[in-house]
Write a protein that binds this ligand. Structure first.
Ligand code: G3H
Ligand code: 13P
Ligand code: ZN
Length: 322
């Protein structure tokens, strides 16, 4: 069942985080739905501009509608990840998306506010919620590259002003993470003071709690990097991600959506590299595809345990029925 992102946030806020997983192909969709049903978790399917181009947005929509039929127990929202204004309007007008992200965080504050406001107006008219970004994460977001020196944490006071002016429904805040596999060079920790600062300043301003979104949340398990490299890969072994034990403490402070893409790509790369290393004469892609679906489902179920969303499916179902 496709629900609104707001319906998921209502149940999750302050208690657990909803996993927001990027998908690009059929195998990921099968593993994603299987893993969430297996762990009884609500979830958010994220489609990036790149994914919509790679697989064709119509193909993704058709596959998701089919997955909804194959897995009738699943409860999920469909979200545009890192949209520009034009792509947001395309998704809003399509009638398929539960929420969109407008990412104008690379623009100066006032321009970010103006763009976000326009998208919020169009989306709210169709009861679609909007995630906006303030602050800059390091790493690569679609075609925008932000190096570590230019990444900057979200200023909690500015965040309140931004939320007030734009009326966005959730805020992607820069809390020390970055996209991709190489997030931390030194200490590996989230900036909890920024999350707390946003929550406390919202309260002080008399505003309702606004869910915070954590981008760049992959944990980049060392074992995955080692296995990929042992099977012919050349990933930098110093790659570090977010400590999975920090997901839940962050969720209790208001981080309600946790975006994960890179870790899923690592699962894909490990499965396929190992398969073809061990079976060099094989050329049927279905055997490794079958292994990937199963491994990806287990990976999703594991993440949901760490996010606290595992076992929350019935609570969401009850809340949606009300
Ligand atoms: O934050 C970006 C996501 O990981 C999506 O990646 O633009 O390569 O699909 P993509
Ligand atoms: P990762 O690169 O850490 O998986 O982050 C994904 C993301 O933020 C998608 O918007
Ligand atoms: Zn992101």
């Amino acid at each position: 069942m496709i629900v609104t992102t707001a319906q998921l946030y209502k149940v999750a806020y302050g208690k657990f985080a909803v996993g927001a997983y990027n998908i690009n192909n059929m195998e990921q969709i099968l593993g994603l739905f299987r893993g969430n049903v297996q762990s009884k978790a609500p979830f958010i399917v994220q489609l990036s501009k790149g994914a919509r181009k790679y697989a064709d947005k119509r193909m993704l929509e058709a596959m998701l509608r089919t997955a909804e039929e194959i897995f009738p127990e699943a409860i999920f929202a469909v979200h545009l990840d890192h949209g520009d204004e034009e792509t947001c309007y395309d998704c809003i007008d399509s009638g398929f998306y539960s929420s969109v992200m407008i990412d104008a965080s690379h623009e100066p504050f006032e321009k970010n506010v103006a763009i976000t406001k326009r998208v919020v107006d169009r989306a709210h008219a169709k009861r679609i919620s909007v995630e906006a970004e303030l602050g800059m994460l390091g790493g690569v977001e679609e075609d925008i590259q932000v190096d570590e020196g230019h990444a900057c944490l979200t200023n909690p006071e500015e965040a309140i002003d931004f939320i007030k002016q734009t009326k966005c429904d959730s805020l992607a805040a820069a809390i020390g993470t970055s996209h991709g596999a190489y997030k931390f060079k030194g200490q590996q920790s989230l900036h909890f003071e920024v999350i707390e600062g946003i929550r406390d300043n919202l309260k002080k301003a008399g505003l309702p709690p606004t869910p915070i979104v954590m981008h760049g949340s992959s944990s980049v398990p060392r074992s995955e990097v080692e296995r990929i490299n042992a099977a012919g890969g050349k990933l930098d072994p110093s790659a570090r991600g977010v400590n999975e034990e920090e997901y839940l403490p962050a969720a209790k402070l208001g981080v309600t959506k946790v975006n994960i893409d890179t870790d899923g790509r690592l699962v894909w790369t490990r499965v396929h590299r190992e398969f073809f290393r061990d079976k060099p004469s094989e050329f049927d892609f279905r055997p490794p595809g079958t292994i990937f679906v199963e491994e990806y489902a287990n990976f999703i179920a594991h993440k949901n345990e760490k996010l606290g969303s595992a076992g929350q499916l019935e609570a969401v179902r009850a809340s949606v029925k009300k």
